[in-house]
Design a protein around this ligand. Structure first.
Ligand code: ACO
Length: 380
C-alpha cells in the first residue's frame, strides 16, 4: 500500500450554453429523433460558442475546482489537460491553460481520445504518490463539434463539447485512485481517427484533397468501436475491482464513458448489476470525449449519487483504440477502509475455496492414477 494517496479535493465542470437537439439534427442530415434515441440514448448535446476554445473551456472548469480545493493557481505543481481538440496542433493546450490561469508550473496535454482524462488522473496520482508534487489540476476538455462532419449522420449525432476538472492533493488515508488499468490496441487506430492533417497527409501537400474528401474530420467504424467498447467496459471494470479485492456490491456507482446507452446497458447485463448503479448523463451531452467521465463524475457528486467515503469505478474507452479504468475512493477515511477489509475477507474466502477445489482435484487425480497402475499390474 502506498504511504501517500492522491485525494480528489475539488471539482468543477463547464458546458457551453448552445444546445443542439435531435430535432435540430433532423434538419441537417437524414436522421430522426427516434433513430438517435433508440440507437444511442442521446437527446441533445452542447456546442461551443463561436470564439470559445479548449483553453477557455478548461479554465472555466478549473476555477471552481481550485476554489473548492482552497487553492490559488499559483499553488499548483502541475496541470494535465486531456484533450484531442486543442486550440492549436502545437503547442498542446495545457500551456495556454497554465498561462490563462496565471499558474507557474509544468503543464502538458494527453491526447488519448475519450480515455484521456482517466489516463491523466492515473498519471497525476503517480506524481503525488511518489511524493514529488502536492497540488495537481487534472482537466478533461473536448470540443468535438469542431472535428465532426455535420454532413455525416453516422458521427455528427454522437458528439458534444464540455470540460470537467479535479484537483488532487496528498492524503495519508486511502483516497483517490486505488487500482487502475491502462490499455491500448493500436491495431484498431483506423476504426476511429482523423485521416488528414497529420504526417501521413500533411495539409501542405494534400490540402485540396483533404477539403474535397472531407478527410480533416472524424471518421469512425461505428460497429467495430461498438464491439470493442462492449467487450472492454465490463471486463476492464471487473479487473480493477478484482485488483482492489472488491465486489460490485462494494461499489457505490459505476461511471462509464458516455458514448452510447446500449453499450452501458450491455455492460450492466454482463456484470449482473442494475442499470441505476451506472451514472448516465449522455442524454444531455452526448459523447464529450475526454470530458465525458469527469463530467459524469462531477454530476454524480452534485446529484448525490455518490458521496465522500464511496468507491466508484471509472471506465473510459475510445480512439486508439484505448481504454482506462480506475477504482476511486471519494474523499478519504475509515469507512472505506472497513469496507475494504470486508472485501478482502470475501476475496480471501473465494481464494481459499479455489485452492481447496484445486487440491481436491489433484488428490482425485493421484488416486485415479494409483488405481489405474494397480489395474495394469493385476492385468500383467
Ligand atoms: N440516423 C439514421 N440512420 C443512421 C444514422 C443516423 N444518425 N447513422 C447510421 N444510420 C444508419 C446506417 O447508415 C445504417 O443504414 P443501412 O443499414 O441502410 O446501411 C443503419 O443506420 C445501421 O448502422 P450501424 O452503424 O450498424 O448502426 P448501429 O446500430 O451500429 O449504431 C452507432 C451506430 C450509434 C454509431 C454505434 O455503432 C456506436 O455507438 N458505436 C460506438 C461509438 C463509440 O462508442 N465511440 C466511442 C469512442 S469515441 C472517441 O474516442 C472520441
Amino acid at each position: 500500500m502506498p504511504e501517500r494517496y492522491a485525494k480528489i479535493t475539488g471539482w468543477g465542470k463547464y458546458v457551453p450554453e448552445r444546445v443542439l437537439t435531435n430535432a435540430d439534427l433532423e434538419k441537417m442530415v437524414d436522421t430522426s429523433d427516434e433513430w438517435i434515441t433508440t440507437r444511442t440514448g442521446i437527446k441533445e448535446r452542447r456546442i461551443r460558442g463561436e470564439n470559445e476554445q479548449a483553453s477557455d473551456f478548461s479554465v472555466k472548469s478549473a476555477l471552481p475546482a481550485l476554489e473548492m480545493a482552497g487553492l490559488a493557481a499559483k499553488d499548483l505543481d502541475l496541470i494535465i489537460v486531456a484533450c484531442s481538440s486543442p486550440d492549436y496542433l502545437v503547442p498542446g493546450v495545457a500551456t495556454i491553460v497554465q498561462h490563462k490561469l496565471g499558474a507557474r508550473c509544468g503543464a502538458f496535454q494527453i491526447t488519448s481520445g475519450c480515455s484521456g482524462w482517466v489516463y491523466a488522473l492515473v498519471t497525476a496520482t503517480q506524481f503525488i504518490q511518489a511524493g514529488t508534487m502536492d497540488n495537481i489540476l487534472v482537466i478533461g476538455t473536448d470540443l468535438v463539434s469542431y472535428g465532426v462532419d455535420y454532413t455525416d449522420r453516422t458521427t455528427c449525432v454522437l458528439f458534444g463539447d464540455a470540460s470537467a476538472a479535479v484537483v488532487l492533493q496528498p492524503s495519508e488515508e486511502p483516497a483517490g485512485v486505488i487500482t487502475y488499468e491502462l490499455g491500448s490496441d493500436g491495431s484498431g487506430a483506423e476504426h476511429l481517427y482523423v485521416p488528414g492533417a497529420g504526417s501521413v497527409m500533411p495539409i501542405s501537400k494534400y490540402g485540396d484533397r483533404l477539403v474535397k474528401e472531407r478527410l480533416g474530420y472524424i471518421k469512425m467504424n461505428g460497429p467495430e468501436v461498438f464491439k470493442f467498447a462492449t467487450r472492454t467496459l465490463a471486463s476492464s471494470m471487473k479487473r480493477v475491482m478484482d485488483k482492489a479485492g472488491l465486489l460490485p456490491e462494494d461499489i457505490a456507482l459505476f461511471i462509464p464513458h458516455q458514448a452510447n446507452l446500449r453499450i452501458i446497458e450491455t455492460a450492466a447485463r454482463m456484470m449482473h448489476q442494475p442499470l441505476d448503479k451506472f451514472m448516465i448523463n449522455l442524454q444531455k451531452y452526448g459523447n464529450t470525449s475526454a470530458a465525458s467521465v469527469p463530467l459524469a463524475l462531477v454530476e454524480a457528486i452534485e446529484e448525490g449519487k455518490c458521496r465522500v467515503g464511496d468507491k466508484v469505478v471509472l471506465c473510459a474507452f475510445g480512439a486508439g483504440l484505448t481504454w482506462a479504468s480506475a477504482v476511486v475512493l471519494l474523499g478519504s477515511g475509515e469507512v472505506s477502509l472497513a469496507h475494504s477489509w470486508l472485501s478482502l475477507g470475501r476475496l480471501a474466502k473465494r481464494t481459499v475455496g479455489k485452492a481447496r477445489d484445486a487440491v481436491q482435484a489433484f488428490l482425485l487425480n493421484v488416486q485415479m492414477r494409483r488405481l489405474e497402475a494397480k489395474r495394469k499390474a493385476k492385468a500383467r
